[in-house]
Design a protein around this ligand. Structure first.
Ligand code: NIG
Ligand code: FE
Length: 411
């Protein structure tokens, strides 16, 4: 098996802290920052990590040119299987129209009318964008089909790209069931669960005004857990509500959005294993107030950052953008934001094999043409990513960005 040595790394972020937490500089300790390290990759895994001066010989060499190397981003929340365009809705919103959950139905109409190949092409294009911007683990939700056949098709296509597939049949009640919500819930928890379970690991419920209420969400989560599926909840995005409390009560892996939280919501999240996943792209795309990450972090909650890539509220695949927004608008430190976008996302997917750089772990790596991870927030909107390795395979042939000319592949 061929081996690859990555050296001349100016700063390596491992998310693998060594030794006890220091009295100061805890942020960088938590990121497991090393300044003297090199990495050897073999067969998709990290085979060796240690001081550059003691690195073993390898078949190939990548000279990181003094730049930063990070774990690949983990995007735990994305809606990538859809058709149609909602740029006019975005433009109208920027001209003063409010966002309403009902916009989802226009994407449902376009998605139902699309062929499998059209949906696959949209998803493939967005996955390519994700990987180009440094994401190596990502979740994909259904939720724009809302019939048994269309949700199954979305989950099947999503499963061509990732193991982290989520059935979001509970996105909204489709128009044809408007007068029979119970009928839709029965369809969802019966034939739709059965049809999608071979492809989907997770079930998600949009618990908010215009979508599903507390009683409906409770029933859906209970039935999904009984069916053996993992739970995720779109919670407290559009206003205060019961979503976060229900997510925690049902042991969901993640409560997503968390924009409008009461003190009780913050307390129950902090005392739980449910990750608070913040999606600043959605506040950006709807010109809404950002969630207060500082309040969650100070209370002791685990926070993840994700893109929420979808055609309605957040049409971005860029985790670096989300990091920059979280730092500027949500009172996170740069280190906290980077941790939330990597190991935080892994926790939201209940994965301990991604989001960190450790010997034996998957070689999911991002190289930045910048001397420090801080540049992710310090240089917003600038593409600093010069290389991406996905399970050891070079997924983005750099170089690009400032200083990248220093980087070289040898061998
Ligand atoms: O996460 N909140 C629910 N779903 C998406 C929006 C979907 C849409 O408007 O198409 C979200 O923001
Ligand atoms: Fe979403």
């Amino acid at each position: 098996m061929r081996t690859l040595l990555i050296d001349q790394i100016g700063m390596l972020v491992t998310n693998d802290p060594q030794g006890p937490a220091p009295p100061t500089g805890r942020d960088e300790w938590a990121l497991g920052v090393r300044t003297d390290a090199a990495i050897v990759v073999e067969g998709g895994r990290i085979a060796w990590l240690g001081p550059a001066g003691t690195a073993p010989a390898a078949d190939q060499r990548h000279d990181a040119g003094g730049g930063t190397v990070l774990p690949g981003f983990v995007d735990s929340h994305a809606h990538l299987v859809f058709a149609g365009d909602r740029s006019a809705e975005f433009a109208a919103r920027m001209a003063g129209q409010p966002y309403a959950a009902g916009g989802i139905r226009s994407t449902v109409t376009a998605t139902r009318a699309a062929s499998d190949d059209q949906l696959r092409a949209v998803a493939a294009g967005l996955v390519a964008e994700l990987v180009r911007s440094g994401t190596t683990t990502f979740e994909i939700k259904s939720g724009y089909g809302l019939t048994v056949a269309d949700e199954q098709r979305a989950c099947r296509i999503a499963a061509e790209f990732t193991d982290e597939v989520t059935l979001l049949g509970a996105h909204v009640v489709p128009a044809e069931y408007a007068a029979d919500r119970t009928g839709y819930l029965d369809l969802l928890t019966g034939p739709m669960f059965d049809a999608c379970q071979p492809y989907a690991r997770w079930v998600d419920v949009f618990c908010d005004r215009g979508a599903f209420d507390a009683v409906e969400t409770h029933v859906l989560l209970e039935q999904a857990a009984t069916a053996g599926m993992g739970l995720r909840v779109h919670a407290n995005q559009l206003g205060p509500g019961p979503g976060v409390a229900l997510a925690v009560a049902h042991g969901a892996a993640s409560a997503d959005h968390c924009t409008h939280l009461s003190d009780t919501d913050v307390g129950v999240l902090a005392d739980s294993s449910t990750v608070a996943t913040l999606l600043p792209g959605a506040e950006f795309g709807t010109r809404s107030t950002y969630p207060d990450a500082r309040r969650l972090l100070d209370a002791g909650a685990t926070v993840a950052l994700a893109t929420d890539c979808n055609p309605g509220t957040s049409f971005t695949t860029s985790m670096p953008l989300c990091i920059a927004l979280a730092v500027r608008e949500m009172r996170m430190t740069v280190a906290e934001a980077l941790g939330a976008a990597t190991v935080g996302g892994a926790r939201a997917l209940r994965r301990d094999d991604v989001g960190r750089i450790t010997v034996g772990g998957s070689a999911d790596l991002v190289a930045l043409a910048a001397p420090s991870y801080v540049h992710l927030a310090y240089r917003p909107g600038v593409d600093l990513i010069s290389a991406v390795w996905w399970a050891g395979q070079r997924a983005r042939p750099g170089p690009g960005g400032h200083g990248a000319g220093l980087e070289r592949d040898h061998g």
